[in-house]
Design a protein around this ligand. Structure first.
Ligand code: MD3
Ligand code: FE
Length: 216
């Protein structure tokens, strides 16, 4: 399979893109989309999607679950990674082999060899759902990249700068797109614009995003 690497503006990438640390691998997950969604179903059967509450008391419009040795959680006490699903009192489901394999292959394709994710946050967006600009700062080691896999309805990813007030660029992400963020891009502000309704396809009218992290 030919891998076409594009930068965040949709242009073919050169060496500069890797130095910026954000690489879009268009369609990288397409060959395994069905097995990914099957594995996702197995995970959320044991750790169902839920709307978590921020430390400030707001219920998130994104529904979340996790798999892997650690899962990202938020409640009135704060944001953190926890080995235990607070809803079940049990460890999060293990990373399915097809998840870990895809994350490793994407990281390698983007120039990050040896990525071993120990956490996968699963986000579910229904029409009307959005994710406000934020940084991902709860991981111990910022030298590892984050690998993001988009499945289902397309979304507009908001790519901010290093300050919350920087006006974000709008980057469309579609079913099967994989993005790898590392190096200097690792702590940029980012979010997802309000999801618009679309043709129910493989995912039945929602968008899923898997983010693979090195959290512990
Ligand atoms: C850039 N998720 O789960 S994935 C998140 O589409 C999150 O669900 C979005 O932001 C989603 O935290 C965006 C792309 C992404 C993920 C992590 C990043 C971009 C990132 C970390 C640093 C910089
Ligand atoms: Fe994020």
């Amino acid at each position: 399979m030919a891998i076409v690497t594009l930068d965040l503006f949709g242009e073919p990438s050169g060496g500069l893109i890797l130095s910026e640390g954000a690489v879009v691998l268009r369609g990288f997950a397409l060959p395994v989309d069905v097995p990914l969604l099957t594995a996702l179903g197995t995970v959320v059967a044991r750790a169902p999607f839920r709307h978590m509450v921020t430390p400030g008391g707001f219920t998130m419009s994104v529904a979340m679950s996790n798999c892997g040795a650690a899962g990202w959680v938020t409640d009135r006490r704060g944001y953190r990674y926890d080995a235990i699903d607070p809803d079940s009192g049990q460890p999060w489901p293990a990373l399915p082999a097809i998840f870990a394999d895809l994350a490793r292959r994407a990281a390698t394709a983007a120039g990050f060899d040896g990525f071993e994710p120990d956490a996968c946050l699963i986000n579910r967006y229904q029409p009307g759902t959005r994710l406000t600009l934020h940084q991902d700062k709860n991981e111990r080691d910022y030298t590892a990249p984050i690998v993001s896999v988009s499945l289902g309805l397309p979304a507009v990813f908001l790519w901010g700068g290093s300050a919350r007030g920087d006006r974000p660029r709008r980057v469309p992400l579609s079913h099967g797109d994989v993005v790898v963020w590392g190096g200097p891009a690792r702590l940029t502000y980012h979010g997802v614009d309000t999801l618009r309704a679309g043709e129910p396809a493989l995912t039945g009218g929602v968008r899923y995003n898997l983010t693979f992290r090195r959290a512990l």
